[in-house]
Write a protein that binds this ligand. Sequence first.
Ligand code: TPP
Length: 281
Amino acid sequence: MKPEDYNTQNKPVWCPGCGNFGILMAVKQAFAKADLKKKETVVVNGIGCSDKYHQYIDTYGFESIHGRILPVAMGLRLANHKLKVVCIGGDGDGYGIGMCHFIHAMRRNLDVTYIVCNNQIYGLTTGQTSPTSEKGFETKSTPNGNIEPPVNPIALALASGATFIARGFAGEVPYLRDLIIEGLNHKGFSLIDVFQPCVTFNHKNTYEWFNDKLYKLEDHDPKDRDAAVAKASETDKLPIGIFYREEKPTYEDEIEQISRKPLVEQDISGVKMDDLLDELS
Ligand SMILES: Cc1ncc(C[n+]2csc(CCOP(=O)(O)OP(=O)(O)O)c2C)c(N)n1
């Protein structure tokens, strides 16, 4: 596969310069390298600027509602765990309204890849404070400065049991592509938090700001949880790369009923649906 094989006829409607363009490029390049088959892959989105990906990637797609990417992904995996499920959404979607699903999907080790386009603001609703906005950040919803400390997604993922945790940058496409490939090849929950400049509403965390702050994790052992926690806590300079990786049974592995074959391939003609529906009604 080539990255352009995943193109659709839709032209992205993001603002010129939006970090989503870099992420989209990296995702398509990663899909091509990982040789993802269009009919065996589903991109699941929520609501937000960063939830348009399914319109621009020619695989199966599902536009869910705000904050509910992971429950949909879980349903897909339970119905047919032969499908590659790739979740893409915003920081408001995943770390705000969808926060509880985020934690539970990680502790279950659901076998999906979750790419969070983290622009530290609500983009689609035109610039309100998000859970990853910095303290003091002035936005439409916090004109006197945000009084809340931000969520630290990497530390949260470590505490919640995620088995692959990485952070990338929309302005470093080849590096991001490689992180996404690693995430796609990981068996279990893979989080790729991506710093994504929002050129229209976030005039603080700009490309220049990130270029000054970011460095690549090099002398770091991703098996070392304590080192990962220390790296996740850094704020003066911000590391990108793979923070943590471990092998553990997935949620799907633990479910006996689907261990032999996906639910969609099983013969359920003998199941008395009416009895079941009566019981539930
Ligand atoms: C249940 C629900 N609450 C609120 C909204 C309004 N809403 C739409 S997008 C959005 C925030 C988007 O921010 P984020 O998830 O960070 O994505 P971005 O647009 O920045 O990519 C909100 C609050 C909604 N659509 N549904």
